[in-house]
Design a protein around this ligand. Sequence first.
Ligand SMILES: CC(C)(COP(=O)(O)OP(=O)(O)OC[C@H]1O[C@@H](n2cnc3c(N)ncnc32)[C@H](O)[C@@H]1OP(=O)(O)O)[C@@H](O)C(=O)NCCC(=O)NCCS
Length: 184
Amino acid sequence: MHRIPTIKGKNVILRKVRESDIDDRFTIGRHHEFVHMCGGESIAQIEYPNREVWVEWYEGQKNAEYSWIIEYNGHCIGSAGFHHISDKDNSATYRIGIFDSNLHSKGIGTEVTKLLLGYGFTVCKWHRIDLKVLDYNLRGIRCYEKCGFKKEGILRESALIEGRYYSDIIMSILDFEFNSITTK
Ligand SMILES: CC(C)(COP(=O)(O)OP(=O)(O)OC[C@H]1O[C@@H](n2cnc3c(N)ncnc32)[C@H](O)[C@@H]1OP(=O)(O)O)[C@@H](O)C(=O)NCCC(=O)NCCS
């Protein structure tokens, strides 16, 4: 299993999940904004989970490769990482979620994304990192663009959410594009 390092930024620490994160995750719960932006169902259909759900979440995070907890002011507030890592194509897919919507639009997502792009391109030496984001997730798109991702295509009406079809946007960044941002 790939061992991830702890990465320290100005305001965040990115680290492996800990058992104490279960309580933070339980306290935050499921915010509608978070679920909606990830393509989940509306709050009426969200079952407020008991602590056991977050124990399972912890186990999943513990066993996930390339997965970091976002620690902010001493608490677990989100997670981010990579999946679909291809050794053949030298690429990976990025994901991020800040669970507490009170902490959105404060620059945390941008800081985390830039730190993990740095890890992906300079440590893992990937050539390409991509992601999928719902077209109505304007905050996410803006955050990714600020980090150097470019829109490269639309999966038309690819997501059925609450009885309506929405499109996903594919975004990507290549190693030399990241290097040109960091050397500016
Ligand atoms: C997407 C996410 C990771 C972004 O992180 P964040 O910390 O909220 O984002 P940042 O504050 O770094 O950047 C957001 C930018 O979008 C802008 N923004 C916020 N709402 C916006 C809107 N409705 N339309 C356009 N831009 C918007 C902000 O002003 C900011 O840009 P600026 O710095 O130029 O002012 C976070 O909001 C999140 O986890 N959301 C819920 C789950 C989710 O969407 N995950 C991603 C699924 S692909």
